[in-house]
Design a protein around this ligand. Sequence first.
Ligand code: SF4
Ligand code: SF4
Length: 133
Amino acid sequence: MTNCCLETNCTRCCIKTNMVLTTRDIQTIEKAGYEARIFVSERNGWLQLKNSKGRCVFHNGTICTIYDHRPKGCVLYPVVYDKDSGCAFLDSECPQILCFPLSKTKEQQINILVHHLEKERRERMQKKNLTKR
Ligand code: SF4
Ligand code: SF4
């Protein structure tokens, strides 16, 4: 979310979000004063932002209420990652993609983020499988 988002009153990427979270994202938001149970849901090993009234629990209808503490995936959006090709690209769902040039740095950042999220999920699933035995 940037000036482009605010100027156009766009909230699209915060509607029915399924943004995945790293452990660090969760810790950062917790430090900002929110309990994980109010904003984290787990689906198939992924930790995701919860929605309320059809939008991210942190969106008040106008702005992101944790803007300075928002998850890395929100910071990088509309830069997203295509698993099949292993490439970063700009999500065409964002109506303002021209405001967000895709730099090498952002490509690297989304790559690192995706690999980190996958690693954490793998570890979480392994732990679950161990406790099932
Ligand atoms: S954390 Fe903020 S930017 Fe991210 S989806 Fe929620 S409201 Fe939108
Ligand atoms: S969809 Fe694009 S323009 Fe709309 S709020 Fe998200 S980043 Fe901003």
